[in-house]
Design a protein around this ligand. Structure first.
Ligand code: SAH
Length: 487
């Protein structure tokens, strides 16, 4: 069957696509329907027909799926932030678990029964709202010229006004009200992406969930905000407000934060805690947005690393050292690698404030630093100076069981937590050459995870555990942890 634009068909939704859209078939021809839920019987109108599939608009839910939910947020539909609020949380978790499973099978080429036998149930949230510790609200004007703060509509930069996002913290609204009132009182214009005129671009808000500390950073297309001291004073009156700053971004692209920052009041950074470890966070730092799930994710990673205390561990893509410091509590030595120099500065500082002395950090690409350190290690080893035990150089690298104080370049366990594009081929190749006993792979994209898992499996590693952790309820993002053991 071929379909054309404006055709109307009634279909049963059977599956969910990568962005949470419903997928159903009309005589075998797949249709992607935003807002439709697996199990729904829906009447849809074809909007765009391609050769092998089409996008269709949801006209009517003829028979609702049992997995359908009423979105609690009034702007859930137009807002580009949440794509799954209309799906029950239970079904969201099921979808995410299946996504990891199916990618490992179809992209990774693993046996379905085997994957089912090693998969553990997804870790969801008890309260799957108000979990984000960070929000970046674009500031603009509505059709009537009123100042608005909110989120971009899906695939556009139209702002859907919403100061009280259901994924965010309750303080967001109070902070935005103060900033927008100040803009109004001082006649400050929001930035216009088309003309590049106007001053205020975004308001970034962060909260340390464990400490309650709050940070506000106003991102402006200029050097100074009129009466910024007055604004800072008002913001500092909010309970637990710890940091108020300005970030200068005069660029014409979509990047939110500029390089130049200036503190208006309070401290440069806020502190948050995960378990017993404190982390200093700046406006620019990468920090997992879901504090509650972050702890569960790291703990799961730690379980899979199964450290006994004498291991040398690498944490590749370490950001501000969160996972590294978690691992350092249980390992002999941890080495972290991260591409952003400021994040490594934060990581070193975080080690210091926690009194952690067995973590060392390197700036650079994982695919460059790891091979470099490994080559240096091999060279030393060949010269017979490779193995150090408790600080003493020892010449008999050969056949020793000593696994203490190994220099950088050696690994018992390698943990990776790459961005969505996954690990670089050179990085995986080096991991295989270094042959650690275990590899723990934390991933925010099951497709690249599956691709890389296949490379590890072909290189002699057995995939022994798989577990998804829901870091992003109400959205289609999927996070997972896998454990590999050297055969
Ligand atoms: N493990 C950290 C950060 C994970 S996000 C945490 O849980 O908080 C992925 C990190 O990889 C980012 O900090 C990003 O800056 C970094 N990164 C991206 N490409 C990289 C590369 N090629 N080598 C090293 N780090 C990289």
């Amino acid at each position: 069957m071929s379909l054309e634009k404006n055709d109307i068909v009634t279909i049963r939704i059977e599956d969910m696509g990568n962005e949470g859209e419903g997928i159903g078939k009309a005589d075998g021809f797949p249709l992607f329907v935003k807002g439709a839920v697996p199990g729904d019987l829906v009447k849809v109108k074809v909007m765009k027909a391609k050769k092998n599939y089409a996008f269709a608009h949801l006209e009517e839910v003829v028979e609702p799926s049992p997995y359908r939910a009423v979105p609690p947020c009034p702007v859930a539909n137009p807002c580009g932030g949440c794509s799954l609020q209309h799906v029950s949380y239970e079904a969201q978790l099921q979808y995410k678990q299946n996504k990891v499973r199916n990618d490992l099978i179809h992209i990774g080429g693993f046996d379905a029964e085997y994957i089912d036998s090693i998969s553990e149930p997804i870790i969801g949230m008890e309260e799957p709202y108000h979990y984000r510790n960070k929000a970046q609200f674009p500031i603009g004007k509505d059709k009537n010229g009123h100042l608005v703060a909110g989120f971009y509509a899906g695939r556009t930069h139209d702002i859907i006004p919403n100061r009280d996002c259901m994924l965010g913290v309750k303080e967001n609204k109070e902070i935005l009200d103060i900033v927008l009132d100040h803009m109004k009182a001082c006649h400050i214009e929001p930035y216009d992406e088309v003309t590049h005129k106007g001053l205020v671009r975004h308001v970034l808000i962060r909260k340390g969930f464990a400490t309650g500390q709050l940070m506000v950073c106003v991102i402006i297309n200029g050097k100074k905000l009129p009466k910024e001291d007055v604004l800072a004073e008002k913001l500092m009156q909010i309970k637990n407000m710890t940091s108020v700053s300005i970030n200068v971004n005069t660029g014409h692209d979509n990047v939110i934060l500029g390089k130049e920052a200036r503190l208006l009041a309070g401290e440069e950074r806020i502190i948050d805690k995960v378990d017993d470890i404190s982390f200093c966070i700046s406006p620019l730092s990468f920090y997992q947005v879901n504090s509650v799930q972050m702890e569960k994710l790291y703990k799961q990673g730690l379980i899979y690393a199964d450290l006994k205390g004498n291991e040398t561990v690498w944490d590749l893509y370490c950001g501000i050292g969160t996972i590294s410091l978690f691992l350092a509590q249980k390992a002999k030595q941890v080495y972290g690698v991260e591409i952003i120099p400021e994040a490594i500065e934060d990581a070193k500082n975080n080690a210091r404030i926690n009194g952690i002395t067995n973590a060392e950090f390197f700036v650079g690409k994982a695919e460059e630093v790891l091979p470099e350190k490994y080559a240096q290690f091999r060279e030393k080893e060949l010269k017979g100076e490779g193995i150090q035990t408790d600080g003493h150089a020892s010449a008999d690298g050969e056949g020793t069981d000593e696994r203490q104080c190994k220099p950088a370049g050696y690994a018992d366990v390698i943990v990776v937590d790459p961005p969505r594009k996954g690990c670089d081929a050179k990085c995986l190749e080096t991991i295989l050459t270094m042959a650690p006993e275990k590899v723990v792979y934390i991933s925010c994209d099951p497709a690249t995870l599956a691709r890389d898992a296949r490379i590890l499996a072909d290189g002699g590693y057995e995939l022994i555990h798989v577990r998804a952790v829901d870091q992003f309820p109400q959205t289609s993002h999927v996070e997972a942890v896998c454990a590999f053991k050297r055969k």
